[in-house]
Write a protein that binds this ligand. Structure first.
Ligand code: KIV
Length: 261
């Protein structure tokens, strides 16, 4: 299994890091057989697996359910889990308790969104012996603050993002997700810090990429942001397979004698 030391080395050696999200056991058994470097049990589970509009609805119980399912299917991949909405803002004891729960379910590291007044809290988690991945740019837990899924770091906000990235590196983060950030800003951040940057909608210069499993497989039919590359038309492929089954049953083609006892 990879560790945070390998991710740092990959950046030094200019080797790209691939990350994919995962929320369930069956997908984990597939991802386990791939070459991807690392798996994120994102709080996007609230949207992708539960149909909520935003990640605000994720909580520790939901995350633990998904982390444990993924951990049962992954034998040799580093698992990062999202600390859900506001768990770091309810006092240090609550923060440590939540991180403890995520780690005991099977996470190897946690991801915490934002910088600013979160930096000290992140430092506390790192000093407690838990690897932390930072997350800057469009941080989905603050979607109502942003007023929509918009590219961040434009119009003079670039300096603030670079400073925030340095703060997170100094706090001990082992890597940093950059979400919906202009390519040139992501490049500057990647060049100015030593920890790897993992982009989603952040262009070609980051140290690695992350995509949501269901998005890259084309299972989310209406979701087509510019940054997304679909590696399968999963929605159509699965719909057509289920329709084929339906017609086989109705046309008395399934089961056959060979499929009977
Ligand atoms: O929750 C998630 O899936 C994420 C990734 C999109 C980075 O935070």
């Amino acid at each position: 299994m990879n560790s945070i030391n390998e991710f740092k080395k990959y950046k030094e050696e200019n080797k790209k890091i691939s990350v994919v999200t995962c929320y369930d056991y069956t997908s984990a058994t597939i991802i386990n057989e791939t070459d991807v470097d690392c798996v994120l049990v994102g709080d996007s589970a609230a949207m992708v697996m539960h149909g909520f509009e935003t990640t605000v609805n994720a909580n520790v119980e939901m995350m633990c359910y998904h982390i444990a399912s993924v951990a049962r299917g992954l034998k040799n991949k580093f698992i990062i889990a999202d600390l859900p909405f506001l768990q770091h803002r309810k006092g240090v004891d609550k923060l440590v308790e939540s991180v403890d729960q995520l780690m005991k379910c099977g996470a190897n590291a946690v991801k915490i969104e934002g910088a600013g007044s979160n930096v000290k809290l992140i430092e506390h988690v790192v000093n407690s012996g838990v690897p932390v991945m930072g997350h800057l740019g469009l941080t989905p837990q603050s979607i109502h603050q942003f007023g929509g899924y918009k590219v961040q770091g434009k119009n003079g906000d670039e300096k603030k993002l670079i400073e925030a990235a340095k703060d997170l590196e100094n706090a001990g983060c082992f890597a940093l997700v950059l979400e919906l950030v202009p390519s040139d800003v992501a490049k500057k951040i990647t060049d100015e810090i030593t920890i790897p940057t993992i982009g989603i909608g952040a262009g070609v210069h980051t140290s690695g990429q992350v995509l949501v499993f269901q998005d890259m497989l084309g299972l989310n039919s209406g979701f087509e942001p510019k940054f997304l590359r679909k590696y399968l038309n999963g929605f159509e492929v699965i719909r057509d397979a289920v329709n084929k089954y339906d017609s086989d049953v109705k046309n008395k083609n399934f089961p056959s004698n060979e499929e009977s006892y």
